[in-house]
Design a protein around this ligand. Structure first.
Ligand code: VG1
Ligand code: CO
Length: 544
């Protein structure tokens, strides 16, 4: 067998961030770079030898090349079987579900999520474990440690490449490779969770839907679910064909990157549900006629109405949100008498809770929502959940939102992204903020005074592990809150994320523009944290 041992230099920068290793395409294409990282994964997960992997990605530039390179390293290292999605196209939630369903040892997800694609764009590799969930912090640390000490890796040479467009079994040296179509199993799984007859009836009665697949991976999945199984016209999906550069757009389902969807939602004749998902299909954007559902509200409403959805009619074990996500879902959990967990940013922290059966729904402010059906967030799941909710209640998105706010109050929420050119400056800023936290209590700016400030430390209730310094929290005396943390998905420079939140109780004005409602919180937070002084910036680059 032509197994070759290739000398490599260790790559000290191969440290996975919030969601895997994410770098510029040019970085990934350096000689030995990807091979080095895959070898580090195999070394950190010895069960892979003789085991099986699921492989696929978001279809971005270099995805299929990367899949072939990774397959050779895996084959040379004695991985017995690989299941590769046809053309390498596998959404992140579908990958998670495939790993679980197949009992695979793990999976390689070739994605940089919503980051731009193309030769000048970003690439990423994420390792998911046998539960389908993201690798825990301890495992990513082991992978990183191995990646920076490797001197050689194994690969297979002299064998023809795997044909990624041919369904069925092939051999790559000693490894069995199966190229599979991930769409039917994913669609079957979602069909079990929602009432497709009820949705079809609502669509026949005139409910209108618009879904933007953003030229990313969800196109084929959405076509199967929305068009073939639910009977929507093909024109209900735009940008349904995956493209390696996502058509030159950021495949990021947020109002800032989707002005055309915001414009559509503001029309009098807008569809009832307007939605989009990101590059790898795990994020979601949900809008109704004249309104946008903030991710924190989406999680809260889905929790409040879960009993109407077939997959969740037995009740929720509990819910979870990432720490910076608005506390809207906490109020629902309180009402339902179920636990609500607060975890650090990043889906990996939900995985233990999901695996232990402690939570059924979870979500993040960054347009991510999902349930125990997968160990990743799931964009199309959220779209179908909202569609089924509209069908079940016969209410519009705006009516559901207003009804919810009348019951629970509204949690106004916004996130500012402060873009710093220099990664080292980002670290200094966050270190300075942490040092200043204990001095903030009792100080006031404008009408707001600080009740407490601390650095978030998470104690995982399932395995007892702790994760410290997961964001600086400022609690104001009136219940408002600000959170500051550094992004872990940057591929250049650094992004300081500043999350702002304020509760308007039932009976208060729920129709304010969020940024107005949050004005005082923003002013106080900027001043107390000395953001302009520390960053040298006049203000955030964007506000989400
Ligand atoms: C961001 C989001 C976080 C999300 C992560 C991966 O991380 O804030 O909530 O889990 O992206 O999402 P950060 O560290 O940049 O804030 V995805 O759709 O890019 O896999
Ligand atoms: Co994503």
């Amino acid at each position: 067998m032509p197994i070759t041992i290739v000398p490599t230099r260790a790559f000290a920068d191969q440290r996975p961030g919030t969601a895997g290793l994410r770098k510029r395409v040019a970085t990934f294409r350096q000689p030995h770079y990807l091979e080095n990282f895959v070898q580090a994964i195999v070394d950190a997960v010895p069960e892979l030898r003789g085991g099986s992997v699921v492989i696929g990605g978001d279809g971005r530039f270099w995805c299929t090349d990367a899949a072939r390179i990774a397959l050779r390293v895996l084959a040379a290292n004695g991985v017995a079987r690989a299941s590769v999605a046809k053309d390498g196209l596998l959404s992140t939630p579908a990958a998670s579900m495939e790993i679980r369903a197949r009992g695979a040892t793990g999976g390689l997800l070739l994605t940089a999520s919503h980051n731009p694609g193309g030769p000048e764009g970003d690439f990423g590799v994420k390792y998911n474990v046998t539960s389908g969930g993201q690798a825990a912090e301890s495992l990513t640390e082991r992978i990183h440690a191995r990646a920076r000490e490797l001197h050689r890796y194994k690969t297979l040479e002299g064998e023809p490449d795997v044909e990624l467009d041919e369904l069925g079994r092939q051999a790559l040296g000693p490894m069995e490779v199966e190229v599979f179509d991930p769409v039917p199993a994913y669609a079957d799984a979602l069909e079990r969770l929602f009432d497709f007859d009820r949705i079809r009836a609502a669509l026949r009665a005139g409910l209108r839907v618009h879904f933007d697949a953003m030229s990313a991976v969800t196109g084929p999945f959405a076509e199967e679910l929305l068009v073939r199984r639910l009977g929507l016209p093909p024109s209900a999906i735009t940008n349904g064909r995956p493209l390696p550069d996502f058509g030159g757009r950021h495949p990021d389902p947020s109002p800032q990157t989707c002005p055309q969807l915001v414009a559509l939602a503001s029309r009098n004749d807008a569809p009832d549900l307007i939605a989009a998902s990101d590059g790898d299909g795990d994020r979601n954007l949900i809008m109704g006629r004249g309104c946008l559902v903030s991710p924190g509200d989406s999680l809260a409403l889905l929790a409040a109405h879960a009993h109407r959805l077939p997959g969740y009619c037995g009740g929720l074990a509990g819910v979870a949100r990432s720490m910076p996500t608005s506390r809207a879902v906490d109020r629902v959990a309180d009402r339902l008498g179920i636990p609500c967990y607060e975890t650090p940013t990043g889906w990996r922290y939900f995985c233990n809770l999901l695996e232990a059966g402690r939570i059924t729904l979870c979500g993040e402010e960054s347009f991510g929502t999902s349930s125990a059906h997968a160990r990743e967030k799931d964009g199309l799941w959220a779209v179908l959940a909202w569609l089924d909710l509209l069908a079940a209640t016969r209410r519009s998105v705006a009516e559901l939102l207003h009804h919810h706010w009348r019951e629970h109050g509204r949690d106004y929420f916004a996130r500012e992204d402060w873009r710093l050119a220099d990664a080292a400056l980002g670290q200094r800023v966050i270190d300075d903020l942490r040092a200043a936290a204990p001095t903030l209590a009792g100080r006031s700016v404008g009408g707001l005074s600080v009740a407490s400030a601390d650095s978030f430390r998470y104690l995982d209730p399932v395995d007892g592990s702790t994760s410290k310094d997961q964001g600086l929290r400022i609690h104001y005396a009136d219940g408002s809150r600000a959170v500051l943390r550094l992004s872990g998905t940057d591929t250049a420079g650094a992004t300081l994320r500043v999350y702002l939140e304020r509760h308007a109780p039932p009976g208060a004005d729920h129709d304010r523009v969020p940024l107005d409602a949050l004005g005082e919180v923003a002013v106080a937070t900027h001043a107390l944290a000395q953001l302009r002084e520390l960053t040298g910036l006049a203000g955030p680059k964007q506000v989400v």
